[in-house]
Design a protein around this ligand. Structure first.
Ligand SMILES: [Fe+2]
Length: 287
């Protein structure tokens, strides 16, 4: 089954299911009409990229944090930081209002401003986010947490954010799990000891990184796997578990993004997490 895009107006998913259930099943929730206005001063941030060009994105990690990767005068950079702080609050408000089961359980992580067109240069295959993948962070082991992301298209000239979404996580894992290399607790300890990873890489983290790579390297899968093209228009906000939903970013410029972490145990149905799906496919708990 291909991940469905559910339009949410008025607070319920179609069919009377709760939004949390739909999300945990692998849907993308799309909110067509939430307000996030820019002031006259702030419109400059969608007229040209205020980024130093070294990183893909401009970001803050927490409300008190300094802005990373930005360009502009000190005044402009402070205003951009305030936009991100406001977007962080907007994402929290969306969670509190539409996903109240997660309130108090979810932790907000980084907030980013993505002013560049989706990178279509010939990047290394590993960094090529136009290829279908699930998110995994090489240096930041995620363990028993889920990755929930809140995106918003802030393009000023009508340009959509174009995505591909793929098949459900279980069907994908079925095909790729047998190809992945085995987990070594010893090398996981070594990577942490050398500070290559910020914490010990669990077996789950190991599997997700190798899934991410195996997916992106398999061009036959990229072309032929079940998939659908999706467009998110300016002013639309969309929310999904990016560790569960197969996605590729195909085009679009100017977007805001908030990352949040949710413990697997705080899900309505922990058995629908990629952690438990992978364990079930292997027939044993992950190490
Ligand atoms: Fe991604």
């Amino acid at each position: 089954m291909i991940s469905p895009i559910l339009t949410v107006s008025g607070g319920a998913a179609p069919g009377g299911r709760s939004l949390v259930e739909a999300l945990e099943d692998g849907a993308v929730l799309m909110f067509p009409d939430l307000a996030f206005p820019f002031s006259d001063f702030e419109t400059r941030f969608v007229e040209r990229p205020f980024a130093d060009g070294k990183a893909k994105n401009v970001s803050i990690r927490g409300e008190a944090a300094a802005l990373k990767g930005a360009a502009g005068t000190p005044e402009e950079q402070e205003a951009l930081r305030q936009v991100l702080i406001r977007y962080r609050a907007f994402a929290q408000g969306l969670i509190d209002r539409h996903l109240p089961e997660y309130t108090g359980r979810i932790t907000l992580a980084g907030t980013s401003y993505r002013p560049f067109d989706v990178d279509r240069r010939k990047l290394s295959w590993r960094r090529d986010d136009t290829r279908l993948h699930v998110d995994a962070f090489p240096s930041n082991p995620i363990g028993e947490k889920r990755i929930l992301r809140v995106f918003r298209n802030i393009n000023p000239s009508g340009q959509p954010r174009r995505w591909r979404v793929g098949e459900d996580f279980g069907s994908m894992a079925e095909k790729f799990l047998p190809r992945l290399p085995g987990y070594s607790p010893l090398s996981a300890r070594l990577l942490a000891g050398l500070r290559i990873t910020k914490a010990r890489r669990s077996e789950y983290d190991h599997l997700m990184l190798h899934l991410h790579d195996a997916l992106k390297q398999d061009m036959a899968y990229q072309e032929r796997a079940p998939q659908a093209d999706v467009e998110f228009l300016p002013g639309q906000t969309w929310v999904t578990f990016s560790d569960l939903v197969m996605h590729g970013a195909m085009g679009g410029q100017y977007m805001l993004e908030q990352t949040a972490y949710l413990p697997v145990a705080a899900q309505a149905h922990p058995e629908k997490s990629p952690q438990r799906i992978l364990a079930a496919k292997l027939g044993r708990p992950l190490r």
